[in-house]
Write a protein that binds this ligand. Structure first.
Ligand code: FAD
Ligand code: NAI
Length: 466
């Protein structure tokens, strides 16, 4: 007999598992189908969490090696146990994925370990990981199948010498030379982690700048900081081939009309990700895709089929875990007759290197393009006491406010703990705050948040500490 559910969620990543929990909280009989054998999706298993674990460990090692002595802490010679570092990373990941299983039980979400595909508009076939197979029916079906790696034509990712982010999160030793193809978020985060663990890292980027889409001034400043840290760059460079050799691989690229080669022990290919739609048998439900192969949805996350919705990396928009989560909650509320909504103008974006980069709202380039006049308030961490105390005084906070009414339109930070600092600004923007609202709010001393207040004061050209 076929079991009936109110809500079937296909995919147990941040979009899917959060959607399933919220749908169950709202009284729906809910099931979540996940094929990888553990919950949390790309984010927990091979993305956000393991990469941040590695970045944190690498920064600790780097500081112990390079900065402790400056403040009078002697360590003697340090040694690095990569396998132990990886075990620690795995322990964190396992703890968190098991935590979601607990949340499913607590919220009465049925969890099925298997691969889901459409048999029709309301029936899903499941190939369970134990080899069995069954079908279930759902009033509402949510596609939350996420995204996966892309590679270059004719380049085979073996996850040893030529790796994707997944392989780069699991290297057995620090490579002597690592070449990163793509100066986007993954390339700079993972490149930075391995550089701080001792690798020589060279980034080959097709465009003339890194972190495309970020505010240009922030991207340029961050580029200089990474160069100062020792990362090497080949910008405006097109990779033509990657060839295996006995020691590793050779990357062949073209720059200014000339061909160049770099030898590497490990090549990390990170040139973007693609939506996971193959294997879903969308044709059986007649669900349409857009021109980029993502599931096509309207502004209420509904596909062209009225009971089928899609969220997260499998649809258009930034590929971010928190964006997927917000969409998951919104869709669960919409199918419950509530007013689920995601404010795409206020999605923070963070790069977790040291220093961090964080932004929310519009960049200067976007405001210029939309012909919106704005004022700029900037404050350097060099003039912030807490940043000086912690010896992390690189970077700045930049606030962009509407010239007409002072409303905050965008904030861009490169500097210490930028990812946490941006939360205040996202909240301010949700409330429609002006820069004066931020400037008149008392910020604790000594904290990094004072740099935010000072940047807000600087919009009106009246910073105190600069
Ligand atoms: P996913 O997390 O991809 O989850 C989809 C799940 O669906 C997967 O587990 C997959 O196994 C399952 N699935 C697919 N097809 C089927 C099927 N037919 N049946 C059953 N199950 C299926 N984002 C951030 O916001 N912050 C970060 O710091 C960050 N770091 C990242 C670092 C790396 C290295 C990578 C690769 C990504 C990172 N991201 C980060 C992006 C983030 O991981 C994704 O945006 C997020 O995971 C998307 O969530 P999702 O639920 O849409 O999809
Ligand atoms: P990306 O889109 O951020 O960067 C890819 C880069 O590769 C671009 O700069 C592009 O110009 C370059 N590129 C493309 N083809 C190339 C070629 N042939 N040769 C050289 N360069 C080439 O994609 P990335 O880094 O793979 O990350 C995928 C997604 O994962 C991101 O969109 C991001 O949303 C998400 N992510 C988020 C993180 C975070 O929030 N901290 C961390 C890691 C990933």
């Amino acid at each position: 007999m076929i079991e009936n559910f109110d809500v079937i969620v296909i995919g147990g990543g941040p979009g899917g598992y959060v959607c399933a929990i919220r749908a169950s909280q709202l009284g729906h009989k809910t099931v979540c189908i996940e094929s990888r054998g553990s919950l949390g999706g790309t984010c927990l298993n091979v993305g956000c969490i393991p990469s941040k674990s590695l970045l944190h460990s690498a920064e600790m090692y780097y500081k112990a090696n390079n900065e402790f002595d400056k403040i009078g802490i002697s360590t003697g010679e340090l040694s690095l146990d990569v396998s132990k570092m990886m075990k620690h990373k795995l322990k964190t990941v396992n703890g968190l994925t098991k935590g979601i299983e607990f949340l499913f039980k607590k919220n009465k979400v049925t969890y099925i370990k298997g691969h889901g595909s459409f048999l029709s508009k309301d029936t899903v076939n499941i190939k369970n990981i134990d080899g069995t197979e069954n079908n279930i029916k759902g009033k509402h079906i949510i596609i939350a199948t996420g995204s996966s790696i892309t590679t270059l034509p004719n380049v085979n990712i073996d996850e040893k010498k030529i790796v994707s982010s997944t392989g780069a999160l699991d290297l057995k030793k620090v490579p002597k030379r690592m070449v990163v193809i793509g100066g986007g978020v993954i390339g700079l985060e993972l490149g930075s982690a391995w550089m701080k663990l001792g690798a020589d890292v060279e980034v080959v980027e097709y465009l003339d700048h890194v972190l495309t889409g970020m505010d240009k001034e922030v991207s340029e400043s961050f580029y200089k900081i990474l160069k100062k840290q020792g990362m090497k760059f080949h910008l405006s460079a097109k990779v033509n081939a990657i060839r295996n050799n006995s020691d590793g691989a050779i990357v062949e690229f073209e720059k200014n009309g000339s061909n160049q080669n770099i030898n590497a022990d490990v090549v990390l290919v990170c040139i973007g990700r693609k939506a996971n739609t193959s294997g879903l048998k969308l044709e059986n439900a007649q669900v349409e895709k857009d021109s980029k192969g993502r599931i096509k949805i309207d502004k209420h996350f509904k596909t062209n089929v009225k009971n089928i919705y899609a969220i997260g990396d499998v649809v258009a928009g930034p590929m971010l875990a928190h964006k997927a989560e917000e969409e998951g909650i919104a869709v669960a509320e919409i199918i419950s007759g509530k007013f689920g909504h995601v404010n795409y103008n206020v999605i923070p974006n963070v790069v977790y290197t040291h220093p961090e980069v964080a932004s929310v709202g519009k960049s200067e380039e976007e405001l210029k393009k939309s012909m919106i006049e704005y004022n700029v308030g900037k404050f350097p961490f060099m003039a912030n006491s807490k940043a000086k105390v912690n010896d992390v005084a690189e970077g700045f906070v930049k606030i962009l406010a509407d010239k007409k009414n002072d409303k905050v339109l965008g904030v861009h930070i490169v500097g210490p703990d930028a990812g946490n600092l941006i939360a205040e600004l996202a909240l301010a923007m949700e409330f429609g705050a002006s820069s004066e609202d931020i400037a008149r709010t008392c910020h604790a001393h000594p904290t990094l948040t004072e740099a935010v207040k000072e940047a807000a004061l600087a919009v009106d050209k009246r910073p105190i500490h600069m």
